[in-house]
Design a protein around this ligand. Structure first.
Ligand code: FE2
Length: 337
């Protein structure tokens, strides 16, 4: 079985028209819209659907508030999809659409679905970078862009009262791989058929930060752009259209090495431009990170709680490296090891 990524995100929102304008300005390609919905499709073939939070198409779940109310995971083959659904059907109700899409709830009550996904290859060509003594661009200027145009949906993040329980379902029932643990803060997981650093992150909803209240809430989606220039150009364009500014500004996470630009989003939570993330496969060894050390290597707007430099603390997650060799008893005379 291979889940290859997020095929569709279904947002439940307060104002469909406003959110459609937001995501158009954000740079998502609009496929179709009506009075009660909007449908964006990214170059990779993933979909972003906007509907009213009161629309009957929004599934009942443990999620509180607006934002992504259902994640449809894309599966590479029909037999993989059938096997996955059969397994989940042992202990939960599965609802099917006419096109074969299956819907159910996770163990913590969030709405998910599965369907076949023919992911299209995407192309990008970040400008070569010059640095002292290392000329990769001569007599050539960098590209000029008007606005961002995200090509991929890299990950979705939910606030959850019990990140371990939320993660265990994905690990044990959907065969997700552990990417990294941000100690006390949350768990990063990767779909088994994807190479993104993570496709889902469960953030501890009981942390004492604004916006966290112990409930299951949507937090943000990461939309992939070419480089940090596109993330900043996108943010400038959004500000010119009248949308609120980012609280943190441009930064780079240490976990995943990824460039981030989080923007407040009227659809709920935040919308993130992401670039230059680490990519992983099954040879990756997960780490456990000091949460603030892992959070950023640089950030434009340091908030008071970020001023103290975090200790450089990380270690490999237990159980993912070869066991240390046991010191063995002396061998009997004449026996070679
Ligand atoms: Fe993110």
């Amino acid at each position: 079985m291979a889940i290859i990524g997020i095929e569709t995100l279904l947002y439940g929102v307060n104002d469909v028209t406003e959110c459609t304008r937001y995501f158009s300005d954000f740079g998502l390609p609009l496929l179709e819209q009506s009075v009660d919905h909007a449908h964006f499709r990214l170059d990779e073939g993933s979909n972003v659907l906007i509907r009213s939070i009161n629309d009957p198409a929004i599934p009942k779940s443990s999620l509180v508030g607006t934002g992504v109310c259902e994640v449809i995971w894309g599966v590479d083959r029909q037999d993989s999809l059938d096997r996955l659904i059969k397994n989940l059907g042992r202990d939960r109700e599965i609802r099917f659409d006419a096109d074969g899409t299956a819907h159910c709830l996770t163990d913590d009550g969030l709405a998910i679905g599965f369907r076949l996904y023919r992911k299209d290859p995407v192309h990008s060509s970040p400008d070569p970078v010059n640095s002292p003594g290392n000329v990769n661009r001569i007599n050539t200027q960098r590209k000029w862009k008007v606005k961002a145009r995200p090509k991929t949906v890299a990950h979705v993040v939910f606030q959850t009262p019990d990140p371990e329980k939320s993660w265990n379902f994905y690990r044990d029932r959907l065969e997700f791989r552990l990417s990294d643990i941000q100690k006390g803060f949350g768990i990063f997981g990767r779909a088994n058929g994807a190479n993104d650093h993570h496709n889902i992150y469960f953030l501890n909803a009981n942390l004492p930060f604004p916006g966290l209240d112990g409930n299951h809430r949507f937090d943000h989606v990461n939309y992939g752009v070419e480089d940090m220039d596109e993330a900043m150009i996108g943010a400038n364009y959004m500000e010119r259209q009248g949308w609120p500014k980012s609280a943190w500004g441009l930064g780079r996470h240490r976990i995943a090495s990824s460039i981030f630009m989080y923007l407040p989003c009227p659809a709920g939570g935040q919308a993130e431009y992401g670039a230059d993330s680490d990519c992983l496969d099954d040879s990756w060894v997960p780490r456990v990170w000091n949460p603030m050390f892992g959070f950023f290597s640089f950030i434009h707007n340091m908030h008071p709680f970020m001023l103290d430099a975090a200790p450089w603390e990380w270690e490999y997650a237990p159980g993912y490296t070869p066991a240390a060799k046991q010191p063995h008893a002396a061998l009997p005379d004449g026996e070679a090891e």
